[in-house]
Design a protein around this ligand. Structure first.
Ligand code: COA
Length: 233
């Protein structure tokens, strides 16, 4: 079990980070991986109600890595924490599989009340450097959160949000199609995404483009000579 965790985590780092040259380098030099190892131990103690030991373990992990993960946080498989320094993951946060976090990301709470108060992050989500995701909100699968965004509302699956407070943005076509987009740093590699999901995403993009074209046509007709919408051309 522990061996499988290590093997697939190291593979995730190597697939997602072009700077990673060997498995040994990832094992020895990636604080994000070290933080996950500390968290696994702390979380196991937390589940056995050894709360103080769990907190002490997690504190040691924070001291050594600069990454603070509360032992109560539930983390899925193949999480990559790139650079890592100053990441904070709160007690009731939940993270799905294949998530990619950069440094200074906070998954924080906004209330002192006990119970669920931290975000739930879906699968294949990328959270850019310095982004804060606050409250018991859900970030859907395949969503992307821009660096330094402050996310206070739920993020639907497949959506990119940026800014303070974070709002959805349309993705612009690449200026130079020969250049690889940001995807290399965190989006699921080709072939990993469920084919059905990929089809749905592409249908959704086509629909959005079609709606935009219809809206532009309606606008230009309405502007041309005060024609009413629905009038014959
Ligand atoms: C959010 C992100 C994933 C969007 O990438 P994308 O889908 O390729 O989006 P685009 O570059 O086409 O930008 C779409 C719009 O969002 C804006 N935008 C992108 N990232 C933004 C950010 N972090 N904050 C504010 N606005 C941002 C762009 O200016 C553009 O706006 P416009 O249409 O008004 O011109 C990416 O910009 C990002 O922030 N990635 C995190 C990278 C990171 O943290 N790297 C750390 C490396 S150490």
């Amino acid at each position: 079990m522990a061996f499988m965790f290590l093997r697939e985590s190291i593979r995730a780092y190597r697939e997602q980070d072009p700077a990673a040259r060997s498995d040994l380098e990832v094992l020895l030099c990636y604080p994000g991986l070290h933080a996950l190892i500390w968290h696994r131990a702390a979380h196991a103690m937390w589940r056995r109600r050894l709360y103080l030991f769990a907190r002490m373990f997690s504190h040691l992990g924070r001291f050594l890595t600069g990454i603070e993960i509360h032992p109560g946080a539930r983390i899925g498989r193949r999480l990559v924490i790139d650079h890592g320094m100053a990441v904070v993951i709160g007690e009731t946060a939940e993270i799905g599989d294949d998530v990619y976090l950069y440094h200074q990301v906070t998954l924080g709470g906004t209330t002192l009340a006990h119970g669920k108060r931290h975000p739930t992050i879906g699968n294949n989500v990328i959270i850019g450097a310095g982004a804060k995701v606050l409250g018991a909100i859900t970030v859907g699968d395949n969503a992307r959160i821009g660096s330094n965004a402050v996310v206070l509302e739920p993020v639907p699956p497949g959506t990119t949000v940026v800014g303070i407070p974070a709002r959805p943005v349309e993705r612009k076509p690449a200026r130079d199609p020969a250049l690889k987009p940001f995807d290399a740093y965190g989006s699921p590699p080709e072939g990993v995404l469920d084919p059905l999901l990929r089809d749905i995403e592409s249908l959704r993009a086509e629909l959005a483009e079609f709606e935009a074209r219809v809206a532009r046509t309606v606008d230009s007709r309405a502007n041309a000579g005060g024609q009413r919408v629905g009038d014959p051309p």
